[in-house]
Design a protein. Structure first.
Length: 171
């Protein structure tokens, strides 16, 4: 396996040209990320955030011990549902929820951001993986989308975050 200089990290998955051609059909709907953890990682949480009622609310999550995260995740969503896939060499598992009520078609501007290069995962710190917002305002500050999506003023939005913890989750 290829070594990198960033320790625990996340990066967009790489695929063959043939696979990329097929994935272009779903470019806005599904996002793949490769994850590398070390022995200090004990658990994880993937959170789904939706902008509703003038605030960001966590509407769903997938969490567990770090060995259940796998080395690749895929997140698929449209305006009505989302799925989170955990993948490793033994197969995959998924969680699906029909909980979304996004209204991107009702907005005049849509802006999205996602992890597009290898980035460090810091222990116990939430990392935005994907953010999409829609607004009817004529001016939007896009520089804060990747640093703190909760500061974005919008009319609708979704954000997907990953947090790696140094302690095991308890019930």
């Amino acid at each position: 396996m290829e070594q990198n200089q960033l320790g625990m990290n996340i990066k967009p998955s790489t695929f063959s040209e043939e696979t990329l051609e097929v994935l272009k059909l779903f470019e806005d709907e599904i996002h793949f990320f490769d994850i590398k953890l070390d022995d200090t990682a004990k658990s994880f949480a993937i959170s789904i955030w939706q902008y509703q009622d003038d605030q960001w609310n966590e509407i769903g999550s997938s969490s567990g011990q770090s060995e259940f995260l796998g080395n690749r995740i895929a997140i698929r969503f449209d305006e009505t549902a989302y799925e989170i896939y955990h993948m490793d060499e033994n197969g995959h598992s998924s969680i699906k929820s029909p909980a979304l009520d996004l209204k991107f078609e009702d907005t005049i501007a849509k802006i999205s951001w996602r992890v597009d290069q290898e980035e460090i995962l810091e222990m116990n710190k939430e990392k935005a993986l994907f953010v999409k917002v829609g607004t009817n305002k004529s001016e939007v500050s896009t520089s804060i989308i990747s640093t703190d999506f909760r500061e974005v003023k919008c009319d609708t939005g979704i954000a997907i975050t990953l947090t790696i913890f140094d302690k095991e989750l308890t019930d």
